[in-house]
Structures are given as C-alpha cells and as structure tokens.
Design a binder for this molecule. Structure first.
Ligand code: AMO
Length: 434
C-alpha cells in the first residue's frame, strides 16, 4: 500500500509488483477496447490503463472526481513517457461526486474567470497546475525558513490581536475584545523589534490584516507577511544584503526541490546577481524623464511608476529586481530611522520585482530619546507607546528588518497579474467566502 502518493518516475521501483494506491479519478479517456484513467494522487497525476481483460470492475462504475482505492500492477509500457504504467486490477470507490464539477478540472488550464476560480477554490485547486502555485508557495516559504535558520534567526509567533496599529494610517480592523477596543495586527513590527533585544535575529511568517478599501490586483485585506529583524547592524544596506542572499538561496531551493511545479507553471526563475539600487528621488526623476511624465506626488510612488522603473532597470541592467532607497520620512512610519545627512529621508528601502513592490524594510530608531522626540514631532501620544518604548528604555541594539508580501512575490514569480491567484482563500472587500 502506497500511502504517500506517487510520481510516474517512481513506478520503476515497483516493476512487476501489485500496488495499492489512493487518489481521485482525474480524467477518463476511452479508447477502443481499453481506457486511460488518470489518477490524481497526493503528489502527482499518474496514468493507469483500464482493460476488461484484467480489471474486476466495469469502466462505467468510474466517474471523474470519485475518490478511490485501487489495486494495480506496474507494467512495462514503451509508449508511456516514463516507460511504465499502472494496469488497473481492482477498485473500491470511497466517494462519488453528487454532480459534475462546475468547471472542467482536468484541462491544462481551468478555463474560468478569476471569480469562478475563487468561488470554487476547493474544486478548482484540484487542477494540477492551479495546485502547483501553492506547492511552489510552500517552497518559497520553505526556502526562506531554511535560509533564515542557517543564518541563526529565531522563528517567533507574535500576537495578531493587538492594542494598537504598528503601521499608522486608518487601514486597521478593530474588534471588541471583552468590552475593550482591540485591533487585528497590521504587521508584527513592534514585536519583532522587541525580540531583537532578546534573540538578536528573529523572523516570522504569518498573516497580517489591512483594512484597505481599494479593490486592486495588489491588495488583500489579509496576507502572509514574511518578516525578519536583525540586531547590531551598521547600516540598512546590511538588510538589503541579507534579503538578496535570502532570495538567491530560495531560488536555488526551488530549482532543486520544485522542478515539477516550475515545469507545470512554465516558470523560468529570475537570476539574481547584484540587485541594482537607486535612490527614491533619482528613481522618480528617471521615470519622469524616460517616459516624459510629470511628477504628481514627489513623496510616493504611483503603481505605474513602479512598473516603469522596473522596465528601465531591466532594460539597462538585466535585473528583474531593484532596490529603491531613502524613501521620504513623511511616508514612513514613526519607527523608521532618518538619514542623519538629510532628515527628510529615511534609511529605508523597498524592493520591486517585475513591476511591483514586494518588500519594505529599513533601519529603526533604537535610541529612547530619539524615538520619543519623533513621536512628539508627529503629534503622537507618547503614553500610548509605553509598552513599545520599554525596549528602548532598557537598551536596544541598532537594528532593522523587512516585511515581504508572500502572495505578491509568489504571484509575480508565477507571472500572474493578480495577488489573488497566489492566495488560497483571498480576503478582499468583496470576498469573505469560501
Ligand atoms: P508594508 O506595509 O510596506 O511594510 O508591507 C510590507 C510588504 O507587504 C506587502 N503588502 C501587501 N500585500 C498584499 N496586500 C496588501 N494590502 C499589502 N500591503 C502590504 C507588500 C509590502 O512590500 N512593517 C513594515 C515592514 C518592515 O519595515 O519591516 C510593513 O509592514 O509586499
């Protein structure tokens, strides 16, 4: 009994043997005198041969998407891609669908609108290619984890019900917490900083919540944030360096362990050598000049500008990634460290990939007085921040870190133009189900 699914290439290990497998009937292709039955197992879709001569059941009993336990013999078959095939002997139906699926699952692509794809997520993900996106996402998170563990980062789990927002702005969900007002965490920002004072290097891969009202292809109301934070840095460039290495290691990890998914999704992985860096002001001017655009807002990037900047960088350097540094202080949260050479700018960065911001990071203020002064300058109530300021009060190493949107990175890696394709069950302003 093979309990762990099987890949076609592994059949040779069972040559001439009878095996018992569990799976779903993916597709039935009738030929004259026999049929190809594709069985979707845990790990891959494998081809079985049905013929009346050997099978103890009638083909008519089989319905696509039935879950089954089959007994089959591994036989030599030169016409098969891997040289082997499963000859069906007996079969037990474990469950039968009540009706035909709302979309054809076994086509190469599920031919449906994104809404249909998401409305029927538990079904449409049975498609081999659709589910590969999430296997690849597992690999991305796995690659990050492996790299960060090797770099001696400690994995933490911070609370998602919190007393205040970390990122500022109004995009925060509130909830009633036993009669008190509480919020869903916009990011693990305060907690990862606090834990730098304890473990020096920490990371977390967990959901965060943003009450963004806009309906775009980049925004989710709940997404998975990959955060790390590290102490005793001398400059924010060390964070960028760490991220470059993390991405490089993760791409190699995918190449090594996720060949099948990369093939199914027709992905050629980007190559990272040295990721180019450009200052925010220069990037704004470069885009304006190259595309003859007027700059409407000098304090932030428009999505179109991010796209155009990536085009220029790719054209001139070949890199699909670009770091944009020194974002204006006015656009960064109160914890961001300002550049001592020009306090209008912060020691921070974004990483853009294939036209989209996938990361924000930077150095944080570690000095108590400096942090209090900045809160006051922004008209914020220092009393509200006592638990955050505790770490500053009792000594903090210079530190910094970043947050990367897992769905944004996955969707861009898969050449998808909407983060929802890389989100199992997206939460957006219109979607709370399934
Ligand atoms: P920021 O708010 O820029 O920074 O978020 C970091 C990264 O998270 C992703 N992201 C989103 N993905 C999907 N839907 C959204 N609504 C959404 N908002 C953000 C993006 C973005 O680059 N605490 C800081 C990080 C840090 O400095 O460590 C933060 O959360 O990929």
């Amino acid at each position: 009994v093979i309990k762990n699914g099987i890949e076609a290439e592994e059949l040779k290990n069972f040559m001439g043997k009878k095996v018992t497998l569990h799976g779903s009937i993916y597709k039935i292709r009738k030929m004259s005198g026999f049929a190809f039955v594709l069985l979707r197992t845990k790990r891959a879709v494998v081809q079985c041969i049905y013929s009346e001569e050997f099978a103890t059941f009638a083909l008519e009993e089989l319905v696509e998407e039935s879950t089954v336990k089959v007994e089959a013999e591994v036989i030599l078959e030169e016409r098969s891609k891997v040289g082997y095939e499963l000859r069906l002997l007996s079969l037990k139906i474990l469950s039968k669908p009540l009706e035909e699926a709302p979309v054809v699952i076994h086509n190469k692509l599920v031919e449906a609108s994104i809404d249909t794809l998401l409305n029927y997520r538990p079904i449409t993900l049975r498609n081999e290619r659709e589910r590969a996106i999430f296997k690849l996402q597992e690999g991305i998170a796995g690659g990050f984890r492996k790299f960060l563990a090797e770099q001696k980062f400690t994995e933490i789990h911070s609370p998602k019900i919190v007393q205040m927002g970390a990122e500022g702005g109004a995009n925060i969900f509130s909830l009633n917490y036993f009669g008190k007002e509480a919020y869903l965490a916009q990011s693990p920002q305060f907690y990862k900083q606090m834990m730098v004072g304890v473990f020096e290097r920490v990371y977390e891969i967990a959901p965060v919540f943003r009450a963004e009202k806009h309906d775009t292809s980049r925004h989710l109301n709940e997404y998975t944030s990959v955060d790390f934070e590290m102490g005793y840095i001398e400059s924010f460039e060390e964070i960028m360096q760490m991220e470059s290495c993390m991405l490089k290691a993760t791409l190699s990890y995918l190449k090594e362990y996720y060949q099948k998914e990369l093939f199914l999704l027709n992905i050629s992985l980007p190559v990272i050598e040295e990721i180019p860096t450009i200052r925010f002001n220069e990037a704004k001017e470069l885009v304006a000049k190259e595309y003859n655009r007027t700059i409407c807002d000098m304090s932030d990037f428009e999505p179109e500008e991010e796209k155009l900047l990536c085009e220029i960088i790719e054209r001139t350097t070949g890199s699909e990634f670009v770091f944009v540094t020194h974002y204006p202080s006015s656009k960064r949260p109160f914890y961001a460290m300002e550049d001592p050479k020009n306090t209008e700018e912060t020691l921070s960065f974004d990483l853009l990939f294939r036209g989209l911001e996938i990361t924000t990071g930077g150095q944080r203020i570690h000095d108590f007085k400096e942090q209090v002064d900045k809160l006051l300058k922004r008209g914020m109530n220092v009393e509200d921040f006592q638990s955050y300021l505790m770490m500053h009060r009792y000594g903090m190493p210079p530190h910094g870190g970043l947050g990367l949107g897992l769905e944004r990175f996955t969707s861009k890696l898969c050449n998808q133009n909407n983060v929802r394709y890389a989100t199992l069950f997206p939460r957006d302003i219109n979607r709370l189900q399934p």
